[in-house]
Write a protein that binds this ligand. Structure first.
Ligand code: PXP
Length: 249
């Protein structure tokens, strides 16, 4: 059954705007769980712009669904992941100037570095995911490096969907969906788990949730944004309902 991992970084973004204690991402994680989230994702960035080290510690203690720690493959972050033992570590590229993660990880361009990072994390008993663009070379190299999960970057799909008037039948949307679908097939053929995320919202999620063999979607901004009006529990429940409806068709 398809699962939803809720990214709560932007709850911490609001807190950090005042460097205070509220809203607390741990409360948000509990609310997301009560709304039906299967997992919680946080991105501990090098610049600590939203999630802080103490959030990761408290989340591992207090959240009883899967915790997915998104991070760059640096020694500092790898040590921290090994200490905090989340269920999954997702390696992503990180740029200080970017507003959000802008592209997939170039696994093929830094194969030795990635293989070493994955080995350290796997030896500590962690499941390791690569956030990559839907490109055959990246998928093959991810498998060679020992990743057991690939999350396909759906940012380009989301952008095309928006630009073409939210028409899932538009040829440009279909073409990007076909690319993601082919990537999913290749990921599964190489024995890895197929996840997806980035830029997904209440309007564009269903064609992605309907892809064959997809296991988890990681969604943050649209859920946190809707939560301002309807609360986290309802926002998560509605996203989960849309995903399940599409996956069951
Ligand atoms: N997956 C990855 C790897 C991400 O970096 C992000 C954004 O932090 C997400 C999923 C969630 O993206 P969004 O906030 O656009 O839903």
């Amino acid at each position: 059954m398809i699962e939803l991992g809720v990214n709560i970084d932007h709850v911490a973004t609001v807190r950090q705007a005042r460097r205070t204690w509220e809203p607390d991402p741990v409360w948000a994680a509990v609310e997301a769980q009560l709304g039906g989230a299967d997992g919680i994702t946080v991105h501990l960035r090098e610049d600590r712009r939203h999630i802080q080290d103490h959030d990761v510690r408290r989340l591992t203690e207090l959240v009883h669904i899967k915790l997915n720690l998104e991070m760059a493959a640096t020694d500092e972050m790898i040590n921290l992941a090994i200490e905090s033992t989340p269920q999954m570590v997702m390696l992503v590229p990180e740029g200080r100037q970017e507003v959000t993660t802008e592209g997939g990880l170039d696994v093929a361009g830094q194969k030795d570095h990635m293989a070493r990072a994955v080995t350290r994390l796997r030896d500590a008993g962690l499941t390791v995911s690569a956030f990559i663009d839907p490109e055959p070379e990246q998928i093959d190299t991810a498998a060679e490096c020992g990743f057991s999960v690939c999350e396909i970057h759906t940012g380009t799909y989301a952008e095309i969907f928006h630009q073409t008037g939210r028409d899932a039948e538009h040829p440009k949307v279909r073409s990007e969906l076909d690319r993601i679908d082919a990537a999913g097939r290749q990921i599964r053929q190489t024995g890895m788990r197929f996840n997806a995320g980035h830029g997904l919202n209440y309007y564009n999620v269903q064609p992605i949730a309907a892809l064959e063999g997809i296991r988890e979607l990681h969604i943050g901004h649209s859920i946190v944004a809707r939560s301002m009006y309807v609360g986290i529990r309802s926002a998560v429940a509605e996203m989960k309902r849309l995903m399940r409806e599409a996956a069951d068709r």
